[in-house]
Design a protein around this ligand. Sequence first.
Ligand code: FE2
Length: 228
Amino acid sequence: MSATSLSPQTLNQPIQMSIQQTIGGAIDDLMASLPSPERLSPDQQRAIISRYTAVLEGNFIYWMTGAYLAVSSEQARRKILENLLEEVRDSHPRMLRKFSLAAHAIPTDSDAMAIDRDLTNVRLFVGKLSGVRIVVMMAFFEGFIQKFMAYLAELAAAQGSAEFEYTDVHGICDITHTQELFNALAEEMELNPPEPGADLFEGVDLLRTLMQTVIDPAPVKNWVQPIC
Ligand SMILES: [Fe+2]
């Protein structure tokens, strides 16, 4: 990943479109790298759901809260707050717990440890409270989750589950979330641009690595091409 330098003078629509295209490409690459569910053993299928749950259940709202604390623009705050309200009001962590319970995939100690290092890296990145870069990361994540839901549901069905509220809700509503985050990004880039030389995609890289570990925690992870 190459670093991307930005100044207020260059923060314009073409760059925002470029970011959106780069994120779209990263999501497509990650989706294309997923192993076919039918080629996975039942335990491999279960473990993907478990690791995903270990990452998302206790962290998504925390990351989005970090984004809220980091941004400066009214539009970004409002969009992120809408996301947070929906997450808490409809208890998305409860939905995910129901989903993994029905698939017999509640995370074990080894599931949690498999994602620990990469999860820590994302947490430390969020702690930098770099507004634009967190919004870029969350836009990537929202877009990825929306596309990942059908795959996750397929894994759960293979485990004998018929509980799909979580995947149904996130396969639809997060399309809106993704676009809202891109809209918020535009204003945030003007009011609170990242420091010169900052790598806009650092959070995307870290989160993509974490998702690769969710899918396959093997130590050598060279099966997805770098974004650029
Ligand atoms: Fe959610």
